[in-house]
Design a protein around this ligand. Sequence first.
Ligand SMILES: Cc1cc2nc3c(=O)[nH]c(=O)nc-3n(C[C@H](O)[C@H](O)[C@H](O)COP(=O)(O)OP(=O)(O)OC[C@H]3O[C@@H](n4cnc5c(N)ncnc54)[C@H](O)[C@@H]3O)c2cc1C
Length: 392
Amino acid sequence: MHARNNGCTPPAKTFKANKQTQKEMITIIGAGAAGNYSAYLLARQGFDVQVIEANETIGIPIACTGILTSHFDTLVEPRKEFIANEIDTARIHSPNNQHVTVRFKHPNKIMRRDILDQNDAKMAKQAGAEYRLGEIYLENRENDGKHTVRIKKLKTEEEYETQTEILIGADGPASRVAKNNGLFGNRKFYYGLQATATMDNNNAIDFYPSQEGIAWVVPESKNRVRIGIAGMTEPHKYFDKFCTKILGENYKEKLLAKQAGPIPLYEPGVKTQKGNVYTVGDAATMVKATTLGGIMQSHIAGKALAKSLIERKNYEKEWRKELGRDLWMHLMMRKAMDRFEEKDYNRLIAIFQKEKNRKILEEYDRDFPTKYMTKLLMQEPGLLYFAKFLLQ
Ligand SMILES: Cc1cc2nc3c(=O)[nH]c(=O)nc-3n(C[C@H](O)[C@H](O)[C@H](O)COP(=O)(O)OP(=O)(O)OC[C@H]3O[C@@H](n4cnc5c(N)ncnc54)[C@H](O)[C@@H]3O)c2cc1C
């Protein structure tokens, strides 16, 4: 099998292909952000890649707001087909109705998530990956280093088995691959609920962190937004309350389509490899615990996985090198915020209203707090007040 030139930007770093491994069969479960990007990177290096996806159409149903910072452009070439909007302003609100306005140095992109997934899958197919849609992974058993994977076709209920050297679980938050192979761990979930709604807006993202979780309003166009919440307890009540606050009592009349899904909280202790079975993306809980975004992390981890398989490197080490410290830092921030009272959110926003602190949010990519945290802590001693929440 030869990788073909598909006209898409190659990943930032080209891997050294290991000739001995080129014919190994790789079965990827799940054609989301993690599965498609891993499939693309592996197929273009000559692996035999098959992707099994439960949905009949890649990317549908959508359960995602699609906000991405500009770092994503270094991974996947931006295309107007999958970009719904570009936004350079965000407001972060406190419970006492104050806010800080952040003007990003590089605008955020709001993705059409279904088209983004389809774009990644197209790159993978052009590189030689084979897709089987409307089929679900049931289980796998190992024999002599090979896995026999049992798959079910959803339309006909017919089951069949396929052999693979490598099995990748890119099957999302409730990953059956992780469960069946002892890689699920003790993960916890947020539950995200969002809707597209008609609402005139001035093209700024609004974030509302609070004791209930996090809520957002993200413009898709000048009169349509994605409005949503993610919470751990009673998400429907929280959604109802938030929509009433933003859209008014008659908010249901303004909702166009609703979407929902679980979001795993990053669990640093979770193992992501057992023999020739790997997990990546939400299946491996690789989500920022602050904003609960995981598209970028799924792509970065997919790249680390491809590199590990191509160069025979240790996957756990590779992805943790790229993402581990940042994901851990997001988790610490989330742990602290989970213990906040209303007054603590007010205090935090007041700290970021100071110009010198706001500038850091404007300049640095929020995906990677390791790049700015030391500077922020050095210049703002007021942040030390929040350290006590980590000690409780
Ligand atoms: C409401 C909401 C809003 C969000 N907003 C953002 C955001 O703005 N920015 C951001 O970065 N992230 C956001 N996220 C998180 C983001 O959607 C995930 O982190 C991302 O989708 C993870 O990609 P993935 O490929 O790991 O998993 P998924 O995208 O969940 O893909 C997993 C795929 O596996 C398939 N699958 C599952 N089980 C099986 C099986 N047994 N057999 C075959 N196929 C299977 C599923 O059908 C699915 O297609 C949001 C999530 C939610 C719920």
